[in-house]
Design a protein around this ligand. Structure first.
Ligand code: SF4
Length: 480
């Protein structure tokens, strides 16, 4: 039966955004394009690049994948300049539309500025209300735009170095890239929630990315992480670091970057992602052993953890689920039957492998559970005799306000449900999750350096007023 691909977007787990910037090369926009391409997994809704020629900024952004937004001619002939920043977006504040595509390019008293943001500002609604009450007009519905208004504030404009003053007003998660005609500035929030790294190309050009896998794509070397609470300025005279004064009693690196979001080839928070996931799989095998014929990953993010599970348990590793690489973002109809059909379109299960077998499936996480249920049904239909689901993180019971698009608590499968009730819902023979202690034991840094709010409910950056993704949407006008 044909499946309509336009009605309802799969609502599982989505990252907000990837950043890339480079300084000092006439091929800046083309290199940024490659850096964004390598980080496409961090956002597929829109992409944008802004360039500086030393006097002015020029930019282009569009909806869709990096390869759909830019043409080689555009990069070569229109986005010309010696410095550029770029952004791939998945929306967590503000809907998916062109006015919210980044980098945001704006003109203020001191000239043009482009801003690209990964994270979520938890006080954006409050700040925006204050500014709107003073007559400010916003052109987008993202939290990021408030940063430009703060930059243009008369008391900030007067400052020799306005950024530290601007950043003091922001609360929440923000890895930022700013491009001015004469400089690029890279910023990481004092909690270090989202990653941001500094690199250098073999030709000596400084670059900044969300993930180190972007450096691999352009043959650059990772020099170091941008530190929490640090501003790195890159200009003609080189790299200059300074810290800004904002309170953060402890670090709060997002563990979910390791569990699901980041590319396995990347090093995040000082640790390789594939290795971290492998350790999670090993720990899971120790915590929740099971007798089975083989261990199989749920493509693709469960692969490293499945390998760890297999190695630790001594159970054979097997590939029996083939993802359809051409489906891209999954759009599914509401309703479980339609969701089952959409999963069948996205994943091919090999009956020859699973028929009559006891299978351990390793999944990185379960959010709503509806898509996982479809996957488990498909396995059963393909003949699996027993299905044992092993999840390489604890049950997600709380929403994320720091830049991951999780549903509200009540939509989460683990909210107010026991593991046995989840097993029942997913129609499998057993379910086990990695414990929080077990997960943190797989991390390189001390447990206190990480955010675990979506599992523990402990929000290190206090949430006074929960903001929804559509806080700033009013839908009272439209332009064609
Ligand atoms: S709540 Fe979860 S997803 Fe959000 S930053 Fe914390 S660990 Fe990451």
């Amino acid at each position: 039966m044909p499946v309509s691909l336009e009605l309802f977007e799969e609502y599982e787990k989505k990252e907000k955004c990837g950043l890339f910037g480079i300084w000092g090369t006439s091929e800046a926009s083309q290199i940024v394009y490659q850096g964004l391409f390598a980080q496409q997994h961090r956002g597929q809704e829109s992409a944008g690049i802004a360039v500086s020629d030393g006097a002015a900024l020029n930019g282009h952004a569009g909806m869709g994948l990096v390869s759909q937004v830019f043409t080689p001619r555009m990069l070569r002939e229109e986005l010309t300049g010696h410095a550029a920043i770029g952004h791939v977006r998945y929306s967590t504040t503000g809907s998916s539309k062109l006015c919210n595509a980044q980098p945001l390019l704006r003109q203020y008293l001191m000239g043009p500025v482009a801003v690209a943001h990964n994270g979520n500002l938890i006080n954006a609604a409050l700040l925006r209300k204050q500014y709107e009450e003073h007559g400010h007009i916003f052109q987008s519905t993202t939290d990021t735009e408030i940063i430009v208004h703060l930059l243009a504030k008369p008391t900030h404009v007067e400052k020799h170095d306005p950024l530290p003053h601007v950043l003091k007003h922001l609360q929440g998660a923000y890895s930022l890239l700013f491009l001015f005609p004469n400089r690029m500035e890279a910023v990481r929030d004092p909690w270090g929630i989202r990653p941001l790294v500094l690199g250098k190309t073999p030709q000596g050009h400084w670059c900044v990315a969300s993930e180190t896998c972007a450096f691999d794509a352009i043959d650059a070397t990772c020099v170091r992480e941008i530190e929490p609470g640090e501003i790195v300025r890159i200009d003609e005279s080189g790299v200059h670091s300074r810290h800004f004064d904002a309170p953060a009693p402890e670090l709060a690196h997002c563990v979910f970057e390791h569990v699901y979001f980041a590319n396995p080839a990347s090093n995040i928070f000082g640790q390789n992602v594939h290795r971290a996931r492998e350790r999670m799989g090993r720990q899971l095998a120790r915590e929740a052993p099971v007798k089975a014929d083989f261990v199989m990953p749920m493509p693709d993010s469960g692969r490293s953890a499945a390998l760890g599970f297999a190695n630790e348990s001594g159970i054979a590793f097997e590939e029996g689920i083939v993802p359809n690489r051409f489906v891209g973002r999954t759009f599914i109809l509401p309703g479980q039957a339609a969701r089952d059909r959409a999963v069948a379109l996205k994943l091919n299960i090999i009956p020859d492998v699973v028929d009559g077998k006891r299978v351990v499936i390793v999944e990185d996480s379960v959010v709503r559970g509806t898509t996982t249920q479809s996957k488990m049904r498909a396995l059963r239909k393909a003949g699996a005799k027993e299905i044992h689901l092993r999840v390489s993180c604890p049950p997600i019971r709380h929403p994320c306000f720091y830049g991951i698009d999780f549903p509200t608590s009540t939509e989460l499968i683990a909210h107010n449900r026991t593991v046995e009730q989840i097993r029942d819902f997913l129609e499998v023979d057993s379910v086990a999750y990695l414990s929080l202690e077990g997960l943190l034991s797989c991390m390189k840094l001390p447990a206190n350096d990480y955010c675990t709010a979506c599992w523990s409910g402990r929000y290190k950056v206090p949430i006074d007023q929960p903001q929804s993704k559509f806080s700033f949407e009013r839908d009272q006008m439209k332009m064609f």
